[in-house]
Design a binder for this molecule. Sequence first.
Ligand code: CP
Length: 324
Amino acid sequence: MHCKGNSLYANASMEDRSFMGKDLLGIRHVKKENIEKILMKAGSYKQADLEKKIPSPLLQGKTVVNLFFEPSTRTRMSFEKAAANLGGTVMNFDRLTSSVQKGETLVDTVKTIESLGVEGIILRHSLAGAPQVAGRAVKIPVINGGDGCHEHPTQALLDIFTIHERKGGTAGLKVLFVGDVLHSRVARSNLWGLLKLGAEVTVVGPLTLLPPGLKEMGVKVSTDLDSCLEEAEVIYMLRLQMERQKRGYFPSIGEYKKYFGLTGERVKRISPFAVIMHPGPVVPGIEMDQSVMEDSRCLVQEQVKNGVFVRMAVLELWIAGEVN
Ligand code: CP
C-alpha cells in the first residue's frame, strides 16, 4: 500500500465494521488489510482538508465520551477535533470531579455512560487491559486511548500514516525506536503495526528499559545508539516514562542523555532523508535537543496534525458505522 497522493484514496469506501470488531483495543489483533483501510480513510480526510472540503457529518446526532483517567493533550483534543469535524458531540469526563472519587468502579462508570445514551467511549487508563474490561461491560464501542504500558493504537496508526506519507510505504523500511521501550504503549502498538506492514524494526536503549520477547517478535535489539543511527530511515524517539518507572533503570538523566539522547551532534550523522519522530510530549533536552525539534526532518507537529485525520477514520469506522 502507498499512502502518498491519490493512490491512498483508492478503495476508501464505507467498511463493514463487524469485520474490525466492536472495540479498538490494540494494533496487535488488527489485520494488516484493516490497518491499510484505516490509513486510506485518514488519507481521504487529509486530502479533503487540503481541498477545503467539509467532511460528511457522519457523527451528527451522535455523542462520544472522552473517558480519560490519565492526563492527555494530544489524544484527547484530537479525538475532540475529529468528532467535531464529523458533526459529533464530545463529552469530557473529569476524573477529579466524578464519582470515581466516591469509589465508583470502571465498570460502573462505563455502564453509567452507556445508559446516558452515548454512541462510544474513548478510554485512557493507567491499567493495562482496562479497555478490554470496559469493552466487555458495554455494548457501545470502546476505543483504547492508551492503557498502561500495553497499547496506544491510534498513536501507532497516526505514526504509521505519517511514515507512509513521508517515506512512501513501510515495506523494508528501517525504523529505529530509541529509549524506554519497556514502559511504552506507543512503541508496543507501533511494533505490532510496523512488523505487519513489513518494516525492519530495531530498538535501542539501556538493557533495563528493553522488555523481553522483542527478538521473538522479529525486532532487532541493540544497546548502542551510535551504531544504529546511520542506516535508520525513521528514528522514533520515545519519551522517558518517569511516571511508570518503579525503580532506577539508569544512573542519571545525564547518563541517559549521553548514550540515548538525540543531540545536535548525533543528528549530523543521520541520513539527510531520514525522519525523526516522537509521540509527544517531548521532555525538553533529554530525549532530543531543541535544535533537533527544529530540524526540518523532525515530524512531531506533522504527527499531531495527522492524528486528527486518523481519528476521524477511526470514529467513522467504529462509531458512525452500523452497530455490530
Ligand atoms: N502522544 C500522546 O498520547 O500524547 P498525550 O498524552 O498528550 O495524549
